[in-house]
Design a protein around this ligand. Structure first.
Ligand code: GTP
Ligand code: MG
Length: 423
């Protein structure tokens, strides 16, 4: 099965905890704080591997998590950073944030890479918190959480020219005579089930990439045939070569076919139907196709289309078609790329959410912000509690409690602790 759209989940590593530690030396009873910093969490990095052509591998592995940073240790030893996880994708992969639908990355070129979930910063060890009035800090700094998010990966192959048309008109045969690609060719509908790419060498070092996609039929936009999902592969081409069968061998009218396909294209995208189209009138080797070729020319040339009579079976008539393609490619702008909409991917607020509930006059605060905070506070230590209170204020928890109507003396529960509220 050809996989060209998948949803995956990524989680960057959390920062390691800063250490709470004091120097121990002979004859010195109270050494100064020497807790080292935690290491940073590993990032989730995407990288283009030109050897990949589908998103198939992601059918089996959809979750990726990077290592956390190591905890800091005594003697001011910093923990090691977590290792990055590198996710390889084929060229032409677009990564969207599932939540917002925004394009985070358009990965096109071999070796191109992007960090799409950033690891959390390691916590500072207690060595950082000593001041002249606080010589023995019994707490460590805040630990950053690794970013986590659901991503949608979409493969939109990048080709200069896309071959479109009804099934069985000879699209794959054309790709096979013009390039070294060897797509399956057969005399029935929907032989091609996945897009194929090939390089057309035009001589003097000039070349372009051509893509062949499964046949489109009437009603494709409602899912008839193979549907029109495959059109995303030619969305980023610069020219469409519209292949029609002029032999009338299937009892269809090539001119009618031409209009049907364009109606389907339009259903998919107003923009795609505007793309320059060149008509390849194929199977011209079959007797009595002359009349159909003339009809196509009479109807379409006044509309601005160029019609080329070709035979893929006999490899005839392609030189003028290729010349026209080269001429157009020289004039047309580069393949449109997706604008990446989010440059800074780190959203600390995601990790700092909390919720307040009230029951029987008592308040409960819960959520990642609370878990994170309580994880590094020592309830038996006065300074640590002061730090805790400042953090509650900074996170907006005090204000939120007030908004909910909390009064001095009310009971507040937080991650297994209970205390009386006193502002
Ligand atoms: N006589 C003749 N037959 C052709 C020509 N081009 C293709 N064919 C035949 O037409 C049939 C369909 O060719 P394909 O290249 O598989 O057609 P396709 O458009 O890729 O079809 P799908 O993948 O099903 O959409 C095959 O039997 C080919 O041999 C041609 O120029 N002349
Ligand atoms: Mg085909």
């Amino acid at each position: 099965m050809f996989v060209d759209k998948v949803k995956i989940y990524v989680k960057a590593g959390n920062g390691g905890n800063g250490a709470v530690s004091f120097r121990r030396e002979k004859y010195i009873p109270h050494g100064g704080p020497d807790g080292g910093d935690g290491g940073d969490g590993g990032n989730i990095v995407f990288k283009v591997n030109p050897g990949m052509h589908t998103l198939m591998d992601f059918r089996y592995k959809r979750k990726f998590a990077a290592q956390s940073g190591e905890n800091g240790r005594g003697s001011k030893q910093t923990g090691k950073n977590g290792e990055d996880v590198v996710i390889e994708v084929p060229p032409g992969t677009i990564v969207r944030d599932e939540l917002t639908g925004l394009v985070l990355a358009d990965l096109r070129y071999p070796g191109e890479s992007r960090v799409l979930a950033r690891g959390g910063k390691g916590g500072k060890g207690n060595a950082h918190f000593a001041t002249s009035t606080r010589q023995a800090p019994r707490f460590a700094g805040e630990v950053g959480r690794g970013q986590e998010r659901s991503l949608v990966l979409e493969l939109k192959s990048i080709a200069d020219v896309g071959l479109i048309g009804f099934p069985n008109v000879g699209k794959s045969t054309i790709l096979s005579v013009l390039t070294s690609a060897r797509p399956k060719i057969a005399g029935y509908h929907f032989t091609t089930l996945k897009p194929n790419l090939g390089v057309v060498e035009v001589g003097r070092g000039q070349s372009f990439i051509m893509a062949d996609i499964p046949g489109i039929i009437e009603g494709a936009h409602q899912g008839t045939g193979l549907g029109y999902d495959f059109l995303r592969h030619i969305e980023r081409t610069r020219i469409l070569v519209h292949v029609v069968d002029v032999s009338g061998s299937e009892g269809r009218d090539p001119l009618e076919d031409f209009h049907v396909i364009n109606r389907e294209l339009k259903e998919y995208s107003e923009e795609l139907v505007q793309r320059p189209q060149i008509i390849a009138a194929n199977k011209s080797d079959i007797p009595d196709s002359e009349a159909n070729i003339q009809r196509l020319k009479d109807a379409l040339e006044p509309m601005g289309y160029k019609v080329f009579s070709v035979s893929a079976a006999q490899n005839k008539g392609f030189a003028p078609l290729l010349n026209e393609i080269m001429r157009l490619l020289g004039e047309l702008p580069e393949i449109p790329s997706f604008e990446e909409e989010e440059v800074d991917v780190y959203r600390p607020d995601e990790a700092e959410s909390f919720e307040i509930t009230k029951e029987d006059g008592e308040y409960t605060v819960s959520g990642p912000a609370v878990d994170k905070l309580l994880g590094r506070v020592n309830p038996d230590d006065y300074e640590s509690l002061q730090y805790f209170q400042r953090a509650l204020r900074k996170l907006g928890i005090i204000d939120a409690l007030r908004e909910k109507g909390v009064q001095d003396g009310d009971t507040v529960h937080m991650g297994g602790w209970s205390f009386d509220f006193l502002d």
